[in-house]
Design a protein around this ligand. Structure first.
Ligand SMILES: [Zn+2]
Length: 57
C-alpha cells in the first residue's frame, strides 16, 4: 500500500489524490496533503535521496 509522504499514513492506491512528479506517482489521503506536497515537494523528497552532503558529526 502506498504511503502518504505528507502525513505518513498508508493510503489505498485507488485514492483519487495522487500526483505524478518526475515520473514517480505519489499517493495522498486527501487533497490537502496533495496540495501540501505540491507546494513543498522539496521538504518531502524521498529519504533515499534526502542525504545532505557536507553534514558531519
Ligand atoms: Zn495525508
Amino acid at each position: 500500500m502506498p504511503k502518504d509522504p505528507v502525513c505518513g499514513q498508508y493510503v489505498p492506491a485507488t485514492t483519487p489524490y495522487k500526483l505524478e512528479i518526475e515520473g514517480e506517482i505519489y499517493y495522498f489521503c486527501s487533497a490537502a496533503c496533495a496540495e501540501e506536497y505540491e507546494n513543498n515537494a522539496e521538504d518531502y523528497v524521498d529519504e533515499a535521496v534526502a542525504e545532505k552532503p557536507g553534514v558531519e558529526d
